[in-house]
Design a protein around this ligand. Structure first.
Ligand code: ZN
Length: 325
């Protein structure tokens, strides 16, 4: 309820109701507004000088969050570096050792990460966090290069492996006839042995396997039929060229099962046991030649025998001396 003001009228000697003029009312309102404005400005000034604006607080919070995220990112990059390090170690110390290949030189793995620093132009150096940002960019750059070299190394390993696989499948590695029971070895590889047919001492350059006529004879490694003919000494004989310096020969055959120039796989039947040429009974005479030199075929039978059976085979080959050619 509005206040009602009275004043004492000396002329009428009575208290009368006071009525303010319009000018007084306007002046009062203006005065009130001026004081209010001054107080408001004062409050804003004090607030601004002592407290951060909402926008500033929000930016600061965002900045802290970004810093936190950046540190997580940095840790992730460090973890990725450690993982690449493990891949590099496995590559150099295990894969390349197994494949008998030189490790990738450190100069290649570490190379190419120096030179002009392209990131220093991208980052505003006046920023407080510029060193941290630059360091992370550089770490990423190194990581990318390490990964690139590692992927190239895997390509190279894959090529080496493929070539080794070809070599391993070409190398003579099984017995030329089925001899798991090891009862077929008649005569081993000997530098000097009395030849029953020629009646003189001469080297026996292969291994003789006893087997009945018609027993299948297998190629002992992948290769190509290099020669296939009938000889007075070897009888029907097949020469297989395996590449990588290896050649195998299969003599006294009864029949051929391949053609000259044909490509054969390990385990493929190339002929059948016979008694042709200079031979006293049906058997297979088998030779392995490496770079022109005859070597003991016994060293190439590991693939189809256990270690125990293989040792037994060596023992038998040293004892057996049944003379067949
Ligand atoms: Zn022989």
């Amino acid at each position: 309820m509005a206040k009602v003001h009275f004043y004492y009228n000396t002329e009428t000697c009575n208290y009368e109701r006071y009525k303010a003029s319009r000018k007084e009312i306007i002046l009062n309102i203006l005065g009130f507004l001026s004081v209010t404005a001054i107080i408001a400005i004062g409050i804003i000034y004090v607030y601004q000088s002592n407290f951060k604006s909402l926008k500033e607080s929000r930016l600061e919070a965002e900045n802290q969050q970004l810093l936190l995220d950046w540190n997580i990112l940095k840790k992730e990059i460090e973890t990725a570096h450690a993982t690449v390090g493990e891949l590099e170690f496995t590559d150099d110390e295990i894969f390349r050792v197994i494949l008998d290949t030189e490790p990738i030189p450190a100069s290649v793995r570490d190379g190419g990460t120096g030179g002009h620093d392209k990131y220093s132009d991208l980052v505003d150096r006046s920023l407080e966090k510029a060193p941290m940002i630059l360091s992370t960019y550089r770490q990423l750059d190194v990581l990318r290069k390490r990964l690139y070299i590692q992927s190239k190394s895997y390509d190279q390993i894959s090529e080496i492996l493929s070539e080794k696989e070809k070599m391993w499948s070409s190398r003579p590695a099984i017995q030329p006839i089925n001899n798991k029971e090891l009862v077929r070895i008649a005569s081993g590889f000997k530098p000097k042995r009395f030849n029953p047919v020629l009646k003189r001492w001469m080297p026996h350059k292969g291994i003789d396997f006893t087997a009945s006529k018609g027993t299948p004879v297998y190629a002992t490694g992948d290769g190509r039929i290099e020669q296939m003919y009938r000889s007075s000494s070897y009888g029907n004989v097949i020469f297989v060229d395996h590449g990588y310096g290896y050649e195998t020969r299969y003599a006294h055959l009864n029949e051929f099962n391949v053609k000259r120039g044909e490509t054969v796989k390990r385990g493929q039947i190339i002929g059948y046991v016979g008694n042709t040429g200079r031979s006293v009974s049906a058997h297979l005479h088998y030779e392995v030649v490496y770079k022109g030199q005859h070597i003991n075929p016994i060293n190439f039978f590991q693939r189809d025998l256990s270690n125990e059976a293989y040792e037994k085979l060596i023992e038998i080959s040293q004892q057996s001396n049944e003379v067949l050619d």
